[in-house]
Structure formats: C-alpha cells, structure tokens
Design a protein around this ligand. Structure first.
Ligand code: B12
Ligand code: SF4
Ligand code: SF4
Length: 266
C-alpha cells in the first residue's frame, strides 16, 4: 500500500466535494475535551440523540472501530442564502447531510482504490458517531467559539460536518490556534432566546478540564433542546422537489440564532 500524507488525503476530500477538510489522529481525539467529559456529564436524551426505545442504553462514550487510526473530517458550506440545506424533513435527512454523505462515499471509493480501509462514522454518537466539532478543531478547521459551535476563518459557523475513519496512522493537521473570540466584543451568547448560555453550569473541577461546553461551562443543552422541541412543533409544509416529488412535506427549521449572531463568514 502506498504511503499517504495528511495533506494528500485532504486533497482527495476536497476533490470529493468537501468545502473544507482536515485529519485528526484517533489518539489525539481520545484526549480531546468532548471525548473525555461526556461520561461525567448528566445524561441527555433530547434532540440529536438516538434513543428510540425505552430499553435503549445511554452510550456515553465513542466506540472506536478496530483498525481505524485517523479520521478525515469533511465540512460542507451552508450559506446564509440557502437555509433549506439545514431543514430536517419528516422521515428524511437534511439536504446538507445528504451532500455530506455523498462526499463521504466518494472519498471512501477513492481510498478503497488505493487499498485503504475506511469507516463512515454515523451522525449520532449512539449509532457509532464521533464528536464532530472537537474532531474538526483537532484537524485544524477552526476553534470552538463562544457560541459553542465550530468557527472557521473562511465560513464562520455556517458549515456542517461528517467524518470518515481510515486505517492510516496520520498526524493531526491542527489545532490551528485560530481564536477570534478572545478579542471579539459581540456577545453572541446573549442572543439566545432560551438563555441557554445565561449561567455557568459546568465546573472545571467536575468535568476535569478547562475546555467546557460554551468554552466557559455556560452552554446548557437542555435549554437549547427546549427550543429544538418548539421548532419541531412548528414544522411547516413545504414544496421541496429534491426531497419529495409527491407534494409538500413537513420541514423543521431548527434554531440557528447562535450561529447567525457571529459575523465571521457572512
Ligand atoms: C446532540 C447534538 C445536539 C444537541 C446537544 C448539543 C450539545 N452540545 O451537547 C442539541 C439538540 C441541543 C444541539 C443543538 C445544536 N446543534 Co447539534 N449536534 C449534536 C451532535 C449529534 C452531538 C454533539 C454532542 O453531543 N457533543 C458533546 C458535548 C459535550 O460537546 P459540546 O457541548 O460541544 O462541548 C464541548 C466543546 O465545546 C469542547 N471545547 C470547548 N473548548 C474547546 C477547545 C478545544 C481546543 C477543543 C478541541 C474543544 C473544546 O469542550 C466541550 C466539552 O467539555 C452533533 C453531531 C456530532 N456527531 O458531533 C451535532 C452538531 C454539533 N450540531 C450542530 C448544530 C449546527 C446545532 C444547532 C445550531 C442546531 C441546528 N440548527 O442544527 C444547535 C446549536 C447549539 C450550540 N450552540 O451548541 C452541528 C455544528 C456545526 C458547527 N458549525 O459547529 C453538528 C456538528 C452537526 C452537524 N450537522 O454538523 N445539537
Ligand atoms: S460572535 Fe463569533 S467571534 Fe465573537 S465571541 Fe461569538 S463566536 Fe466568537
Ligand atoms: S440553537 Fe438557538 S436555542 Fe440553541 S443555543 Fe443556539 S440560539 Fe440558543
């Protein structure tokens, strides 16, 4: 098998249609904040998790597939003038996620032609996923902003992520050290209508690290989830031929206020 560098793999990912891409070594990810704090946080089974039945068990950690040594993170631009890329349609994935799945498949096919084993990580942690924002930071795509989202220099937080594992032991291509929040005067976290960033609810001493949700421990996912549930109740019928040719389909427009309130990438 030919030896590849992280940069060569990134080139394949960009050729596959990814807007941005980077590589994170699995050993670096095992030490990254989200991967280490999650078992110490209170259980959460709201939107974004995959708890279908009463007997489903909480899976608080990431299960690493055998032989996978590095992860390629794929980022797809979700521009402000195309919000429907991010709508969830009843029983369907978002258009943006479908794009990302297609890009991942292309990359997997290029890798397989080169004799490299790959693994497509699921979106949901409970179905074998990884924490995508931390993976993107370790891969050098940007930083975790005060809005608790990945902020990239090129597109701000207006991107969505996916990951493909490789059986290649490649070095991480980050972190980059990029940090626009340290000098920013815009209080993006104050714009949240659920006040999800109003109080410090996680302590460094309890979670065992300094990098906390919302950076300083003030992002409350249960309050954000209240908004997500309201958004689900307010879903609207829409004509989206790319998803359904049989007429209108219910669309959920999940809140993006913390994403939109950051000026980077606009
Ligand atoms: C479950 C989930 C949710 C849940 C719970 C979120 C949570 N953070 O716990 C809910 C429903 C509330 C939610 C809301 C949203 N989500 Co969501 N969600 C997920 C999911 C499936 C898992 C996230 C998770 O459990 N993380 C674990 C927690 C503990 O991590 P955390 O809160 O980010 O905290 C860690 C980081 O901040 C990190 N950190 C802090 N500082 C530093 C510094 C360094 C150097 C590093 C490495 C790390 C680091 O440390 C913290 C832990 O201590 C991911 C997809 C995936 N597989 O990753 C999408 C994902 C994170 N969501 C996403 C989005 C866009 C949203 C929303 C805007 C809704 C929407 N319209 O899609 C809101 C934004 C809320 C917010 N401001 O964070 C995107 C983020 C893209 C981006 N640009 O960052 C993702 C990646 C999915 C995707 N489509 O690409 N989400
Ligand atoms: S607006 Fe953007 S740059 Fe400023 S603190 Fe918020 S996330 Fe950071
Ligand atoms: S997605 Fe909306 S409700 Fe959730 S933290 Fe961001 S602004 Fe608040």
């Amino acid at each position: 098998m030919k030896k590849f560098t992280s940069e060569e793999i990134i080139k394949f990912a960009l050729e596959s249609g990814s807007t941005l891409a980077g590589v994170a070594n699995v050993e670096d990810l095992k030490k990254a904040p989200a991967f280490t704090v999650i078992p110490k946080m209170p259980e959460y089974n709201g939107v974004g998790t995959y708890m279908r039945g009463e007997n489903d068990e909480f899976l608080t950690g990431v299960v690493w597939p055998e032989g996978i040594k590095s992860v390629v993170v794929l980022a797809y631009h979700h521009p402000l003038d195309d919000p429907k890329l991010d709508y969830w349609f009843e029983g369907h994935n978002t258009i943006g996620n479908r794009k990302l799945i297609g890009i991942g498949k292309k990359l997997q096919s290029i890798m397989s032609e080169q004799g490299i084993d790959t693994y497509a990580f699921n979106y949901h942690i409970e179905k074998g996923g990884v924490f995508l924002k931390d993976t993107a930071v370790i891969a050098g795509l940007g930083c975790i902003g005060r809005n608790n989202l990945l902020v990239t220099p090129e597109y701000g937080s207006h991107i969505r992520l996916r990951a493909i594992g490789l059986n290649l032991d490649l070095p991480s291509t980050g972190p980059s050290g990029y940090d626009p929040c340290s000098t920013c005067t815009i209080k993006c976290w104050e714009k949240c209508r659920q006040s999800a960033f109003a109080k410090k609810i996680y302590l460094e001493t309890n979670l065992g690290r300094n990098e906390l949700p919302g950076r300083v421990g003030n992002f409350d996912r249960t309050l954000c989830n209240v908004q997500m549930q309201e958004d689900e109740e307010n879903m609207q019928l829409m004509e989206i031929p790319a998803i359904s040719v049989e007429g209108p389909i219910n669309a959920i427009k999940y809140c993006r206020t913390c994403e939109y309130s950051c000026p980077i990438g606009k």
